[in-house]
Design a protein around this ligand. Structure first.
Ligand code: HEC
Length: 321
């Protein structure tokens, strides 16, 4: 009998191994992540509907003091590369497109390992780069290469002619080496205290783990994977990252039509959110009303429950909705 999977984290070693093997495709560009010196205690960013705000009840973060902003890998990336405040602590296509133009495709988000539609893409000219990073620029999508578990009760096949980026059929990157490539928008690294599962497919959540331990594992895997680090961050660095993420709250604060969402004792904005009690099965009051305003409620994906807060601009606008 096949051994039972003991944890949803059984995915991690094969994923990290894949990301490290992809180092055989050399990035032509090197460079560090532009980062502000400080993330203020209360920060406001304009968005298409008005403004969002991020609030850190415990005070501002000096970025040089927190591993979330530290280059701990081999490709110049930090957590901040894909989780930025002006985009609700994820990325948006508009923002990524601007980064591409500003840096001529050199910003560390444009790295072959998972920024490109496939790590073997041609990036020898600006035009080729624009094609390679098309999904990232046009849709804010990052390649997630996951191994099909040895115990899977299903088989993954690609219909002939149905592999637009050639990554799943490529003998070095695809199904031949046990890897399936999917393309996903980064999830917001804010409001994480309200999560019932970590990642789109819940793969960083464990049956016995706490949110802290799941986020700790997530931060380690992200450093070893997205940043292609050779070694794990230290426990102290991982704790810093988790504390930063747990200490930040983001929500729409101003709407062009409704104006300030804190007026008349309304509970919009991140300050009210930061004091909301939360346990699985509950939903913060302001979140319920805002989510209803924003769109008819739908569960996020099979592994996510409707207890998840989805707040104005922080809501990830991916096709999975
Ligand atoms: C190259 C871009 C990239 C980098 C760099 C990156 N992430 Fe992410 N992050 C993503 C993507 C894409 C997802 C969603 C992946 C999935 O669900 O399969 C994600 C998901 C997350 C989530 C899950 C949130 C939720 O709602 O479940 C957290 C937390 C997170 N990242 C934190 C981090 C931390 C901490 C770091 C640095 C150690 C980091 N990320 C670096 C792209 C990135």
């Amino acid at each position: 009998m096949a051994p039972e999977a003991t944890s949803t984290r059984d995915f991690a070693p094969a994923m990290i191994d894949h990301m490290h093997k992809m180092r055989r495709y050399k990035d032509p560009d090197h460079g560090t992540q532009p980062t502000p010196r400080i993330i203020d205690r209360f920060r406001v960013d304009l968005d298409p509907k008005g403004a969002i705000a991020s609030f850190q009840p415990n005070g501002a973060t000096i970025t040089s003091n927190n591993a979330f902003f530290k280059d701990m890998g081999t490709n110049g990336r930090t957590c901040f590369t894909c989780h930025q405040p002006q985009s609700g602590w994820t990325i948006t296509p508009g923002d990524v497109a601007e980064r591409f133009e500003r840096s001529a495709g050199k910003d560390p988000i444009f790295r072959l390992v998972d920024g490109a539609t496939c790590p073997n893409d041609d990036v020898s000219t600006l035009r080729a780069k624009r094609r390679a990073y098309k999904l990232l620029i046009d849709k804010g999508l990052v390649r997630i290469g996951l191994a099909v578990p040895a115990t899977a009760e299903f088989k993954v096949e690609v219909k002939p002619g149905d592999d637009p980026y050639g990554c799943n059929t490529n003998p070095e990157t695809g199904l031949a080496v046990g890897i399936v490539s999917t393309y996903r928008r980064p999830l917001p690294s804010t409001n994480v205290g309200f999560l019932s599962t970590v990642m789109w497919d819940g793969r960083e959540s464990t049956p016995t783990g706490t949110l802290e331990s799941d986020l700790t594992n997530q931060a380690r895997d992200a450093t070893l994977g997205h940043a292609q680090a050779a070694a794990s961050p230290t426990d102290a660095q991982l704790a810093e990252i988790v504390a930063f993420q747990k200490g930040i709250f983001t929500a729409q604060i101003f709407d062009k039509t409704a104006k300030f969402l804190t007026d008349d004792n309304a509970k919009g904005g991140p300050s009210a959110l930061s004091t909301q009690p939360f346990f699985l099965g509950s939903m913060p009051e302001s979140v319920t009303s805002m989510a209803t305003m924003a769109r008819p409620w739908r569960a996020r994906s099979s592994s996510r429950t409707s207890t998840l807060p989805t707040i104005g601009a922080v809501t990830t606008t991916s096709a999975a909705w």
